[in-house]
Design a protein around this ligand. Structure first.
Ligand code: 13P
Ligand code: SF4
Length: 311
């Protein structure tokens, strides 16, 4: 009991410090739905990767504190180069983004000359700099369909790439072998078990899941799209096949509905690295500043701007 009171006081004090520092520095806090609940509640804006990119481009703040992972903060910097972008925990990365290099992209281009390179936003700025257009899970199908050519090289997520290919049969999609360890490890058997445990529930899945799991889903979409679908559905129960952090917003927005993660351990360790004290320290000490090579940034911006135009 005493321990809980002390924790609440500490949290209140951190939130008060963050709020004061934000005003002092004219800063905005952006957070992804996979962050912990207290970070989401402290943020000025919570969203999926696409909404966060738009927000980073349009904000009037001088400083963006990005509560997410490195590729997201890099995208914010590329889209708002004149702003200071801070990532509170520097080693909060994305294992999938690390699975593809600019050399891989160049090798694929050499093997498939004439194909357009579509890179998932979960990639480094260096990979974006050698790609033609960026996509997020919310707009990948639309953007691939809008491209003129038939051949598409899709990096790095094989699962999102395969899903896009299934929705755009007129295209020939060449896949890279990357994957998100959090989503890729979910199995069709686990989906069946969750359905057996919650027979009245709809299964909502992120397209980073394998085809075997997506085949079991009632709805496939980005985190933002899953939130919208659950809010509008007349169903009362949902099995969620994406990272558990989204349950915070799902629960807040839908008090009369129940949400069950597909498996209990559906957690992205990198997304969970950021704590309130890291956000406070980021604002206090201006760390960790995202600094990118000017040329890489300019080339990567073309790729992100093209996404914003086509989405
Ligand atoms: P979205 O929020 O765009 O669906 O992305 C999920 C993700 O894995 C981010 O790393
Ligand atoms: Fe990367 Fe997967 Fe974590 Fe998203 S959930 S940041 S894709 S490892």
């Amino acid at each position: 009991m005493r321990c809980e009171i002390v924790m609440t006081r500490n949290t209140d004090s951190l939130i008060a410090q963050i709020s004061r520092l934000k005003t002092e520095k004219n800063a905005v806090i952006l957070a992804h739905y996979y962050q912990t609940g207290d970070i989401q509640d402290t943020a000025d804006f919570v969203g999926d990767s696409f909404a966060l990119s738009r927000q980073a481009k349009d904000t009037g703040a001088d400083v963006i504190v990005f509560c997410g992972v490195l590729f997201m903060a890099e995208s914010a910097k590329i889209l708002s180069p004149q702003k200071t972008v801070l990532l509170p925990v520097m080693d909060a990365g994305c294992p999938m983004a690390d699975m593809v290099t600019p050399e891989d992209v160049k090798a694929l281009r050499a093997r498939h000359p004439g194909a357009a390179v579509v890179c998932y936003v979960n990639s480094s700025s260096a990979v974006k700099a050698v790609s033609d257009v960026c996509v997020t899970s919310s707009n990948a199908v639309k953007i691939v369909k809008a491209l003129k050519g038939k051949q598409i090289i899709f990096v790095p997520d094989q699962n999102l790439g395969r899903y896009v290919a299934s929705q755009a049969p007129e295209k020939e999609v060449i896949l890279h072998s990357g994957y998100c360890p959090v989503h890729h490890n979910l199995t069709a058997r686990e989906a069946d078990n969750a359905r057996a445990a919650h027979p009245a529930a709809a299964l909502l899945a992120h397209p980073e899941c394998t085809e075997a799991v997506l085949n079991k889903a009632d709805f496939i979409g980005s985190t933002g799209q899953i939130l919208r679908y659950a809010g509008q559905s007349s169903k009362k129960e949902f099995i969620i096949a994406t990272e558990k952090g989204i349950l915070h917003e799902l629960g807040k927005n839908n008090p009369g509905k129940s949400f069950y993660p597909l498996t209990p351990e559906l957690t992205c360790a990198d997304m969970k690295k950021t704590r309130l004290s890291d956000v406070r320290d980021a604002l206090l000490n201006g760390r960790h500043r995202i600094e990118l090579d000017e040329d890489v940034m300019n080339r990567a911006r073309r790729c992100l701007d093209r996404m914003l135009e086509l989405a």
